[in-house]
Design a protein around this ligand. Structure first.
Ligand code: BGP
Length: 494
């Protein structure tokens, strides 16, 4: 007997800036991704700009920008988002492949700058609205439910440059207009929405970047407040427009970091880190108010929150309907010095001697997924979706255009088992969208070589390739998993 409920939503996930391409077509405005070059596992990505005197330059992503510059596209540089995997033109072919696997749900994002090219216009861009309508209608043809992220690391560049993006309270009103537009436009076509992708990642940068300035931490805390308010307002607007809309928060990583040792100091540190990186954000969005430990965090960074009475009312009235999160790995915290550290998209932490690591150094920990599901459910008692999980690996395509990715099948099988255990534990898990169900651009490195997909896309790190699609072994395997509702996890390719 399958442990998964019969209406469990199996599917996959992508994001606009990592798959669409067509960065300047259909009236779309530039976004921050469009001025970010490709990196590798060892080389950083750069952001390109022009300064006041007309000189062109670039600075490392996540580092502070030079003064008086305008971010811009520079000829001769390679920007992976510009063509990506050209989902913009090939969505019909790709959706047909998802349907062949039996997807019930497909997570994608809307690029804000396709709807409002600069972010600040009064009227939306009709071509952008039409594009997503066509995609949703195509999904509907196959009874695939869209799950739409409203902002997936993709702010209109103009709004970011001129208004200072989410550092400015004014951005909330532009976001209000954006969400009102899409909630009205796509009523009846979309049911599930996520406001901000990995909203809590803003607070993880300080552990990722050495010597991260305290002023940047304060800035992140304020920026997060504006996003919390914008998200809560979006929940309210959604419910006013259609009471059937289900809106979720999207948290990076589960609450599954471990103390490296049983030294109480490590345990306390681990608790503090989990509060800071996960619950600070998730509590506001699920419970409608800042948690009791928020003041300690604010005091630690000597931070004074700029907030209005109305903000707190919005937070209270705009609690999310479900919890969703991305889960790739667990981490370890310790007060000990000189420990080996691990890789990861955000929180790296100490290396766990009990776990194996991916080619990119990310811990592989299916039990951590079961643990996270239980922790989230115990705390919020809301329906849960795992909206990102997957293995980024180097795939080899052979002369028959086959990819034997049994390592991916292995990864996935263990994580599906963990989810089924969590369901048996009593967790109300309703959906699973595997990240990068079709190969796409890596968010952290900008590479193509780091592949997650069930579908291989012929393209390399430099942007060469036919963009043709090929089914990997995992494609057939996942199809069987969906058909059997998570019961048949055997790998016959072995
Ligand atoms: C998450 C992002 C995704 C995605 C994923 C995998 O943090 O929400 O956009 O890319 O990580 O990371 P990467 O692409 O760096 O392998």
């Amino acid at each position: 007997m399958s442990k998964f409920p019969k209406d469990f939503l199996w599917g996959g996930a992508v994001a606009a800036n990592q798959c669409e391409g067509a960065y300047n077509l259909g009236g779309k405005g530039l976004t921050s991704s469009d001025v970010t070059t490709a990196g590798t596992q060892t080389n950083p990505r750069y952001i390109t700009y022009i300064d006041e005197d007309g000189n062109l330059g670039k600075y490392r992503q996540f580092e502070s920008a030079p003064k008086n510059i305008t971010r811009t596209v520079i000829e001769g540089e390679y920007y992976p988002s510009h063509v990506a995997i050209d989902f913009y033109h090939r969505y019909k072919e790709d959706i047909a492949l998802f349907a062949e696997m039996g997807f019930k749900i497909f997570r994608m994002s809307i690029a804000w700058s396709r709807i409002f090219p600069k972010g600040i216009e009064e009227k939306p861009n009709q071509e952008g609205l039409n594009y997503y309508r066509n995609v949703f209608e195509e999904l509907k043809k196959y009874n695939i439910e869209p799950l739409v992220t409203i902002q997936h690391y993709d702010v209109p560049l103009y709004l970011d440059e001129k208004l200072n993006g989410w550092n400015n309270r004014e951005t909330i009103s532009h976001f209000d207009r954006y969400v009102k537009t899409i909630f009205t436009e796509y009523k009846g076509l979309v049911k599930y929405w996520l406001t901000f992708n990995e909203i809590n990642s803003a607070l993880m940068m300080k552990d990722l970047i050495p010597n991260y300035p305290i002023s940047a931490i304060r800035q992140s805390l304020q920026l997060l407040h504006y996003q919390f308010v914008a998200s809560a307002r979006a929940v309210k607007i959604a419910h006013e427009i259609d009471p059937n809309y289900v809106v979720g928060c999207m948290i990076a990583g589960g609450p599954c970091s471990y103390p490296l040792t049983c030294d109480p100091q490590d345990v306390i540190l681990n608790q503090i880190k989990t509060q800071e990186s996960i619950y600070y954000s998730a509590d506001v969005m699920c419970r409608g108010e800042y948690p009791y430990f928020a003041k300690r965090i604010w005091n630690e960074f000597d931070f004074k929150l700029e907030a209005t009475e109305e903000d707190f009312i919005d937070l209270k009235e705009g609690k999310v309907d479900m919890v969703t999160f991305s889960y790739y790995m667990s981490t370890c915290n310790t007060t000990k010095k000189d420990v080996e550290t691990a890789g990861g998209n955000f929180s790296m932490g100490a290396k766990n001697p009990h776990l194996k690591y991916s080619e990119w150094g990310w811990a592989i920990d299916p039990d951590g997924l079961r643990y996270s599901l239980n922790e989230f459910y115990a705390r919020y008692q809301l329906p849960i979706m795992v909206v990102e999980n997957g293995l980024g690996a180097i795939d080899e395509i052979d002369e028959n255009n086959e990819v034997h990715d049994n390592y991916r099948i292995e990864y996935l099988r263990e994580h599906i088992k963990a989810m089924s255990e969590a369901i048996e534990d009593g967790v109300n898990l309703i959906a699973y969208t595997y990240w990068g169900c079709i190969d796409l651009i890596s968010a952290s490195t900008g590479e193509m070589k780091k592949r997650y997909g069930f579908i291989y896309v012929d393209k390399d790190n430099e942007g060469n390739g036919s963009l043709d699609r090929y089914k990997k072994d995992s494609f057939y395997w996942y199809k069987k998993v969906i058909e059997s509702n998570g019961k048949d996890l055997e790998d016959e390719t072995k």
